[in-house]
Design a protein around this ligand. Structure first.
Ligand SMILES: [Zn+2]
Ligand SMILES: [Zn+2]
Length: 335
């Protein structure tokens, strides 16, 4: 990416193996909604030109450090963060909140390339013989694990997903896996739900507030939902959403709010008397990432249906086109 709106496929110098790190041959890299947003609008962490891509699987070509768990030729998934390892956040398992973290595809070169390097091999999670294309879903799944751990999604919960794109679908599938009773979705482009298994959502509505209210009322017999996860920036966290909550309900600030979003008017009395919670969630820790790799490689969650487009590196622009058209679901660049 040369600047907002300008994506180029070009030759660059091969990276070398950093001291104490590893050199990787990229196998696959998925396109994230954030990549599309970055290309359209730029991002506070981007320096140009930048190789994008943070949902990456790769093969180890070289390693400059002895390892008990990794060898040359191993296939791995790459946790996107490069954290310091010594601060209170890193030491308490919240390394994604490390104040000095770098993130590949943002402020370090990412995975939409034939090769990449990592300075810290602890970011590499072995995937064995599982499909490297499927395992690119580990990073977005890890973001959902982070959110749903914070929300405590569990048995019998009624979950409302706003936006039926890839993150909405992964959150829905994960909520099912954790035992949620009812999963609802609101989505403007209902065509994009064609790839979705019919059992994933109990009810679908348009984002129109009246339709949304009607769906929640009907599906919960007027009780309201336990959890709301907005998975699109095109939603205001306003009274409409709070009014859909059952007592004790929680809303996650999951999708990155827009820069120009005005401050949120929150009814703190309602929040107090009904013990409502508003929970922030951004990215994922290396622990969430490992759990996501494990779930996908053991088959305890199936996301293979989510990949609706595969593209070569030369056709990277088409992969972005697939993701931004919002007709299919996930686009993956295979290398
Ligand atoms: Zn992402
Ligand atoms: Zn740190």
């Amino acid at each position: 990416m040369r600047s907002p709106g300008v994506l180029d496929v070009t030759d660059v110098k091969d990276p070398s193996c950093p001291t104490g790190g590893a050199l990787l041959k990229v196998l696959a890299c998925a396109v994230c909604g954030t990549d599309v947003k970055m290309l359209e609008q730029g991002h506070r962490d981007l320096r140009y030109p930048r190789i994008l891509g943070h949902e990456v699987t790769a093969e180890i070509l070289e390693m400059d450090v002895p390892s008990d768990t990794l060898s040359i030729g191993d296939r791995v998934q790459v946790w996107p963060g490069e954290a310091c390892g010594n601060c209170p956040q890193c030491l308490s398992g919240k390394d994604h909140l490390c104040p000095s973290i770098g993130i590949m595809g943002f402020n370090m070169e990412g995975g939409m390339a034939q090769m990449m390097s990592v300075k810290d091999v602890s970011r590499l999670v072995p995937i064995g013989r599982t499909d490297p294309v499927l395992l690119t879903m580990a990073e977005p799944l890890a973001c959902c694990i982070n959110a749903q751990d914070k929300l405590g999604v569990g048995r019998g919960d009624t979950v409302l997903i706003i936006g039926g794109g890839p993150m909405g679908c992964i959150n829905a599938q994960l909520a099912r896996q954790r035992g949620a009773g009812t999963v609802l979705v609101s989505e403007k482009e209902q065509e994009r739900l064609r790839a979705v298994p019919t059992s994933l959502f109990d009810e679908v509505s348009s984002p129109d507030p009246d339709e949304l209210r009607k769906m929640v009322r009907k599906a919960t017999s007027d009780k309201g939902v336990d959890i709301v996860i907005p998975c699109t920036p095109n939603v205001r966290l306003d009274k409409v959403l709070f009014d859909l909550l059952a007592p004790g309900g929680k809303i996650c600030i999951f999708s990155g709010p827009r820069k120009d979003d005005s401050p949120l008017p929150v009814d703190v009395r309602e929040m107090h008397y009904h013990e409502q919670m508003l929970v922030g969630s951004y990215g994922n820790s290396s622990d969430h990432d490992r759990r996501a790799v494990q779930m996908l490689s053991q088959g305890s969650i199936d996301l293979s249906w989510l990949i609706t487009g595969k593209f070569s590196l030369d056709d990277a622009r088409d992969a972005f086109g697939h993701a931004s058209a919002r007709k299919g679901q996930k686009a993956v660049i295979t290398i």
